[in-house]
Design a protein around this ligand. Structure first.
Ligand code: ATP
Ligand code: MG
Length: 353
């Protein structure tokens, strides 16, 4: 049997997982578990970039996301779930990789600029915030995966991962600078030039209105605009009923716009009854159906998906020893792979004494 190809992806413990995670990455992870050797990282060191003063919250969120993984069908018998701070090779690789990217290149990363703006970080973010994309390169390359399932906002980070891998392979493994990406490993490179795998929705919007530039923000743990995968029924109801829709529509008989309208983005994404959605959209545009009716239908659709996950969360919360055991065993396996990468990297760099 040939070895399975690896997948690496994960989440920062800055809150519990939401619907954007599901359509952006988690759904793919669950689907790919049998075919690939999967590694899912809980990036608790990255969470320090914006919450260094709240380590206890990061600890709780790390456990909470592990629970979310288990609730949504990630099976620890098949996939390795582990905590970033348990893997020393990742920190070592971060330092080494930080030498391979020019600082101005880092500052041109659009995701970094968006995060500074949308999270209101101003100029008060720590040096480590700028280091985190390199840390993410190390998270990924430590496992030398073929594929990385992510949402669209991660594409700039993955492009940097590809650049670092090419540079390392050229500098230290003798790979020709003109080599095609797909040939790097065959030509002696240590790191594969990874491919992103986008989810069925690349960037799900949040429940709130647009920013000053008129763009709807992505659903994000840090922006208080998310519906959680394990929310209770009351929270789903409250969040959907308060959701931003067409601000120009004051009553049900006003013609409504379905463009840039989270209500319809959510129906398109989650409602399996496509015939109802098509008909209701037409009625909405003609001023023949109220926001409240459409929102109530969305509550039903989302509750059917979320309620079983919420119940699983309640069960797992009573069994935290099991959850912690999953993480300990995961970290053991992850260290095995990452240590091997580290040994090979030091060998390639002639730093074995
Ligand atoms: P934070 O606000 O702390 O940055 P986040 O909600 O952006 O949190 P991350 O942990 O940064 O979540 O992202 C984890 C994964 O989920 C990444 O692959 C990211 O691209 C994907 N993802 C996050 N939000 C969305 C979204 N709204 N739509 C699609 N994919 C998403
Ligand atoms: Mg994010």
């Amino acid at each position: 049997m040939p070895e399975k190809q690896r997948i690496l992806t994960g989440d920062t413990p800055t809150g519990r997982l939401h619907l954007g995670h599901w359509v952006g990455s988690l759904e793919n992870r669950v689907l790919m578990q049998d075919e690939y050797d999967c590694y899912f990282i809980l990036a608790n060191i990255h969470a320090l970039t914006t919450r260094a003063e709240h380590p206890e919250k990061i600890y709780q969120d790390t456990l909470d996301i592990a629970i979310d993984f288990l609730c949504t069908g990630i099976d620890p018998q098949k996939s390795c779930i582990f905590v970033q701070s348990d893997i020393p090779a990742i920190s070592e690789l971060t330092f080494i990789f930080s030498m391979l990217i020019p600082f101005p290149r880092l500052m041109r990363n659009p995701t970094i600029k968006d995060e500074i703006r949308d999270k209101g970080l101003g100029d008060s973010y720590p040096f480590g915030f700028l280091l985190y994309p390199i840390g993410q390169v190390a998270d990924i390359l430590a496992f030398r995966p073929a594929l990385v399932p992510v949402g669209e906002d991660q594409i700039p980070h993955l492009e940097m991962t590809r650049e670092v891998a090419r540079r390392f392979n050229q500098l230290y493994c003798g790979v020709d600078p003109h080599s095609e990406d797909a040939k790097h490993i065959a030509e002696g490179g240590l790191f594969p030039i990874i491919e992103p795998k986008l989810g069925r929705v690349k960037r799900l919007v949040g429940t709130g209105g647009p920013n000053e530039q008129g763009q709807l923000l992505k659903m994000s743990k840090s922006l208080n605009n998310s519906i959680l995968l394990t929310d209770d029924a009351d929270s789903v109801q409250r969040k959907v009923m308060a959701m931003y829709t067409d601000p120009k529509r004051l009553k049900a008989t006003d013609p409504g716009s379905i463009d840039n309208n989270p209500l319809w983005i959510f129906h398109d994404t989650f409602n399996p009854d496509k015939a109802w959605v098509t008909e209701a959209k037409a009625r909405y545009q003609a001023g023949n159906i109220g926001d409240v009716e459409c929102k109530k239908r969305l509550v039903e659709v989302l509750t059917a998906f979320i309620a079983p996950l919420h119940q699983k969360r309640l069960d797992l919360e009573k069994n935290m020893d099991y959850v912690k055991d999953v993480l300990r065993k995961g970290s053991e396996k992850a260290n095995h792979t990452a240590d091997e990468t580290m040994r090979l990297a030091k060998g390639a760099m002639h730093q074995v004494f």
